[in-house]
Design a protein around this ligand. Structure first.
Ligand code: IMP
Ligand code: MG
Length: 180
């Protein structure tokens, strides 16, 4: 379906499933090439990155661990720009190569706070892997090591990303229709 409705808004397909999976596989190859013998720990940022993390994990053939954390700084369709909390990292990351898996980097403030918080725990290496980046909105100074897609500043939904909690199960990525 090219057009869908999520809650009160209409969305149009932007990235089809096959293209997403192809890029996820390419990113996985890049990561394996870079961290072949390193036994990295992936930290997937819930909720949005769960679909990306699951597909990425299944493309990797190197040994790795994966953990899930939560940060929350976004309500509705506009970023509040402040990090509320980081929850759920139970194991030590000291001395380990760590790769954060995120759904989308928008202003970059969420990632900047997360990086700062994880750096305090002295990982051996700390990298950022995001499905999507909105370069036009990026305000924080974050180095993005792996990004599957650069997209315009429009609000999107699907493949793990939500609009007010809905739309996460969509296989494709959809962009919001601007109101006429
Ligand atoms: P940032 O702190 O502005 O980079 O916001 C990052 C977070 O905002 C992401 O982890 C998403 O949860 C959310 N976000 C940003 N843009 C979108 C979007 O277009 N659709 C859904 N969620 C988004
Ligand atoms: Mg998120």
């Amino acid at each position: 379906m090219d057009k869908i409705q999520v809650r009160d808004r209409e969305f149009t397909i932007s990235i089809p499933e096959a293209k997403i999976l192809q890029r996820v596989s390419e990113v996985a190859q890049q990561i394996q090439h870079d961290l072949k013998d390193e036994h990295p720990l992936f930290i997937s940022v819930l909720n949005g990155s769960f679909v990306f993390a699951a597909d990425l994990a299944r493309q990797l053939t190197i040994p790795f661990n994966i953990s899930f954390i939560r940060v929350s700084s976004y309500e509705g369709m506009a970023s509040t720009g402040e990090l509320k909390e980081v929850i759920g990292l139970s194991e030590s990351i000291e001395g380990r190569p760590v790769i954060i898996i995120e759904d989308i980097i928008d202003s970059g403030f969420t990632m900047a706070s997360l990086l700062e918080s994880l750096r305090r725990q002295h990982p051996a290496d700390l990298r950022v892997c995001t499905l999507l980046t909105k370069p036009g909105n990026l305000k924080a100074d974050v180095r993005i090591d792996y990004s599957a897609f650069n997209i315009p500043n429009d609000f999107i939904v699907g493949y793990g990303l939500d609009y007010d909690g809905f739309g996460r199960g969509l296989k494709e990525i959809y962009v919001v229709d601007t109101e006429a």
